[in-house]
Design a binder for this molecule. Sequence first.
Ligand SMILES: [Ca+2]
Ligand SMILES: [Ca+2]
Length: 237
Amino acid sequence: MILLCATALCLLAPAAINAQEGAGPRPGKKEKSGGPGIAKPRMEDTVRANIYADNWFKLYLNGNLVAVDSISFIPHNVVSVDLLPEYPMTIAVMAKDNADPATGLEYDDTNLGDGGFILKLGDGTVTNASWKAKSFFHGPIDRDMQNPKTRHEAIPENWFAVDLDDSAWANAVEHDEEAVGPKEPFYENDFAGAKWIWTEDLALDNTVIFRTTILSPPNGNPVPRDWPRGKIDESNR
Ligand SMILES: [Ca+2]
Ligand SMILES: [Ca+2]
C-alpha cells in the first residue's frame, strides 16, 4: 500500500484505494457485506448541519430533500442533522416567516413579524450574501395592517433542482443579529462565521427561496470520492 503523507493529511494512491476497497469490512467494525469491492460512506464522511429559520424551512441538496424544520413556526428551534455532502453541491432552501397567506400577518393579524435564516455545515459552508434569494410572498403591501393585501408569485415546481436557472435572482441580503433577534437555541449551537440572510425586507417578504452551489469544501478539505448512493423515489420528495 502506498501512503502519501503530509502533516496530518494522508492521501491514498489509487492502487492503495483499490486494495482497501477489496479488503472487506474494516477491522473492529460491523459492516454488512454486499457489493464486495464497493467502498461505502461512513459517518465520518458526513458533515453536521446546523440550521435556524425564523420561522420554518425545508432544505434540498442536489435535488434531494434532506431536512425539514420539525416545528411549524414557533417555538424557534435549531435543526441539527448529519448530511453526506457531494460536490458540486446545490443547496436550495425554502424559508417561511410566520404569516397568514391572505394577510401577511401573524397571531390573528395582530403582528407584522419578520424572518431570517442562517446555516452552517461542517465542511465550512455558511450562509452569506453570495447566496441567491427570491421572495414569492410579500405582504402586507405598504405595511398596511388595517387593510392588508398580499402579493404571491408562483413558486417554480423545480425550485430545488440543480438546473433551475436562478441567474436573474438577486443576491441574499445579510442582516444583523440584532435585527433578526434569534431566540436561545441559536446561541447554543455553532454558527460561527455564518451570516443571517433574507431578502432586503425582513418584515414583508414572507416566503423566500435561497440557492447556492458549493464547488468544493470551503474548509479546504479534499473533495470526497463519489460514493455509491441509493436514490429516493421521487414520490417521497
Ligand atoms: Ca412577515
Ligand atoms: Ca418570524
